[in-house]
Design a binder for this molecule. Structure first.
Ligand code: GLU
Length: 304
């Protein structure tokens, strides 16, 4: 089915490792507004994969914070902790096709094999040591090839805000993990399997996640899953100019005053000031402002 013919389904996919903060509310609002502006559906997925890092009760509180702001999903949320079977099946298919393989290397092994290997975000790029066999090592993680028969996987994709993007997965990322040594599923595999399960047509999320997109498209192609459209929004910065995140103690959001929280999120998304006295009125006006900004912009882009 062509993308234009697909019904718009958007999603917000929080990890319950903390509560909603100003940055994650902006991501939630952007995906909600884009769905409403397209007269589409909006779903929530609780990304509770990294069980040791999840905070008990955080997911329920995030859902309450969203509801306080009038952001109600159109179906019950999907919880990744209940999806082991689907991820295992996808991994089995990738293994059978020769794309996924077991890797016996520890971080130390990677550093020893190739001390001068390139780094990316402070991590060594995996040099592909176990691609053609474990050489007697015990399997630890499962990885996905980013190069086959000497040719690198290069992914070209389009972002509605950032424009055309290209990533050479072999040189810029390296064979990446699908299942960790501790058996936890990697974000890349789970996102792709679940975006397909929820029939997501449009991924709208913060720009900090845009670097993952090429890996996710590679997986979608290998698994024969539809590729959603993408819009990565500008990041919400703290007063110190750094990205707000749970890691740097972004303050949990007070949604007792939803209009104040929404107004701050809209400012972060660079929407014009919205005058309204109730949350539904505010959301209605914001949807119009969003449509003026992003729907007309993308139609103009399509015509150019
Ligand atoms: N769970 C991810 C996060 O909270 C978002 C995943 C996504 O939107 O693709 O950063």
């Amino acid at each position: 089915m062509s993308l234009a013919a697909r019904r718009y389904v958007g999603r917000f996919a929080p990890s319950p490792t903390g509560l909603l903060h100003a940055g994650s509310l902006a991501a939630a609002l952007a995906s909600w507004l884009d769905a409403r502006a397209h007269a589409g559906r909006w779903l929530v997925r609780i990304e509770d994969l990294d069980r040791p890092r999840c905070i008990p009760g955080a997911a329920e509180q995030i859902l309450r914070q969203l509801a306080d702001c009038g952001l109600q999903p159109d179906a019950p949320p999907l919880w990744q902790s209940g999806r082991d079977g689907a991820y295992a099946e996808a991994l089995a298919r990738l293994r059978l096709a020769g794309w996924a393989y077991p890797c016996g290397c520890s971080r130390r092994d990677v550093a020893l094999v190739q001390p001068s290997t390139r780094q990316r975000f402070g991590e060594l790029i995996y040099p592909g040591t176990c691609r053609d066999g474990l050489n007697g090592k015990a399997p630890r993680a499962m990885r996905l090839r980013t190069e086959r028969e000497g040719s690198a996987v290069i992914v070209d994709w389009f972002d509605r805000r950032l424009g055309p993007q290209r990533q050479n997965l072999a040189t810029e990322v390296g064979d990446f993990v699908l299942q960790r040594a501790d058996k936890l599923w990697a974000y890349q595999l789970a996102v792709v399997v679940d975006d397909a399960e929820q029939q997501i047509s449009d991924v709208v999320r913060g720009e900090d996640l845009s670097d993952n997109t090429a890996r996710q498209i590679h997986l979608q192609r290998l698994l024969g899953l539809p590729q959603p459209r993408h819009l990565h929004t500008a990041l919400v910065l703290g007063t110190d100019g750094h990205k707000l995140s749970k890691q740097n103690q972004a303050q949990a959001l007070d949604t007792q005053d939803p209009l104040a929280a929404l107004t701050a999120a809209a400012r972060a998304l660079d929407l014009p000031a919205i005058e309204a006295n109730t949350t539904p009125d505010w959301l209605g006006a914001a949807t119009k402002a969003w449509a003026d900004r992003w729907l007309i912009a993308s139609q103009a882009g399509a015509m150019a």
